[in-house]
Design a protein around this ligand. Structure first.
Ligand code: HEM
Length: 407
């Protein structure tokens, strides 16, 4: 390792509020320093950080970089799940990954996402109806947080009666109370029992939902095992929830920063597709891909990385790379060359990308259509951002909802 690949932890991966609010100047410095840097995560794990678009894209689909934690030898700590939830797509490679991915893709079809759109619209309208008459709201609690949870509950086939419980545990899991360190573990256990029971119930009484379709899914190698089913249901919840919350929140934020964008979108509702893509590039909600472990010594951009070390690919830093995008630090409403990496690339490409896009497009277009006078009710620079380097999103987004129109 040469000195110019070394980055002090204080320079890089931190949960510092100033960095969280605007990590982009640091990203520019990272890219400038080199395509592969050495640093540590806030929990002290030593990692190699890949910063530039070309290297991140190539690494995302490099089969020598394994997602399976058993290949880790470099002191990676990270978050651990109990075995019943850990047999999931983001912790496996090769034939096992391909078999499960094929079975899930057969159940998680474009038709299923299409079929969910009326529900997404209905849920968005209900959530906005609840705050419309107040004339002001926190868009995170009113819309961005509850909508993805309602949609995932519907996708998995959680009953209306179990909905409140499901939402409580998910919230405990994703945003545990810092004063109660055991809460996340407790929530994982409860959620695991809940999902095991949900799967058992769907076996007896299948319905038109993803869990029932995954139970029915079978190919020549057989069905999904019980552990794979539970892990998959959990992964869909885990992988699909927080990123979608922040895609909706960051989308609303981007429009509030430039009121002329709100006007442009009001005048041309078809713009919502490109706008959501630009939010994914410009304010990537999931800044890093899942950590990877080389199965052999590899070289990236001339830097040798030993087998078993931890490699982090910065999707957000790649999204601002000047060698891949024209004027990358501008938010461009119609950005034709926008090949962002926010949903990954290659065999692990996000299975929920079209669902996430549908949710964000419906949420943002409905917001703009119903409240053409939407405005932030505090100065943009005073907003607080989530303090986790794994996620880029707002804690609150207070707005005034003037110009309210019915749904
Ligand atoms: C804005 C929203 C979302 C973003 C930014 C996002 C991002 C990603 C990324 C970057 C990956 C690849 C990880 C890697 O290669 O290291 C991924 C994988 C995955 N995502 Fe998403 N995701 C989002 C929403 C969703 C939703 C709504 C679902 C499901 C309901 C979902 C389910 C999955 C699954 C199952 C995988 C694993 C695929 C595999 O390993 O084959 N995601 N996502």
């Amino acid at each position: 390792m040469s000195d110019d690949t070394h980055v002090d932890a204080s320079f890089g991966l931190t949960n510092d509020p100033i960095f969280m609010a605007d990590p982009y100047p640091s990203y520019a410095l990272w890219r400038q320093t080199g395509p592969v840097l050495r640093t540590t995560t806030p929990d002290g794990s030593p990692v190699w950080l890949v910063t530039r678009y070309a290297e991140v894209r190539a690494a995302l689909s490099d089969p020598r970089l394994s997602l399976d934690r058993t290949h880790s030898r470099g002191g990676y700590r990270g978050f651990r799940l109990p075995p019943v939830l850990d047999a999931n797509l983001l912790n496996m490679d090769g034939p096992d990954h391909a078999r499960i991915r094929r079975l899930v893709s057969g159940a998680f079809t474009a038709r299923r996402v299409e079929g969910l759109k009326p529900y997404i619209q209905l849920a968005t309208d209900q959530l906005l109806d609840a705050v419309a008459s107040r004339g002001r709201a926190d868009l995170m609690t009113a819309l961005a947080v509850p909508l993805p949870l309602m949609v995932i509950g519907k996708l998995l086939g959680v009953s209306v009666e179990d909905g409140d419980m499901f939402r409580r545990w998910t919230t405990m899991l994703i945003a545990p109370d810092p004063g109660r360190p055991a809460q996340a573990r407790e929530a994982v256990e409860r959620m695991s029992r809940f999902l095991t029971r949900l799967i058992a119930d769907k076996r007896v009484k299948p319905a038109d939902d993803l869990v029932s379709a995954m139970i029915a899914a079978r190919d020549k190698e057989g069905r999904l095992s019980e552990k794979e089913m539970t892990s998959l249901a959990f992964l869909i919840l885990w992988a699909g929830y927080e990123a979608t919350v922040h895609l909706i929140g960051n989308g609303a934020f981007a429009l509030l920063c430039q009121p002329e964008y709100l006007d442009a979108l009001s005048g041309d509702p078809g713009l919502v597709g490109p706008v959501v893509e630009e939010v994914l590039r410009f304010l990537t909600p999931t800044p890093y891909a899942i950590r990877r472990f080389p199965v052999e010594d590899i070289e990236i951009a001339g830097v040798t990385i030993s087998a078993g070390d931890t490699v982090l690919l910065s999707l957000a830093c790649a999204g601002r790379d000047e060698t891949a995008f024209v004027n990358p630090d501008d938010f461009i409403l119609r950005n034709p060359g926008n090949q962002h990496l926010a949903f990954g690339f290659g065999v692990h490409y996000c299975l929920g990308a079209s669902l996430a896009r549908a949710e964000a497009q419906i949420a943002i277009s409905t917001l703009v259509r119903r409240f053409p006078g939407l405005a932030a009710s505090v100065p943009i620079e005073e907003l607080s951002w989530q303090r986790s380097f794994r996620s880029h999103g707002l804690l609150q987004l207070p707005v005034t909802l003037s110009g309210g129109r019915p749904s």
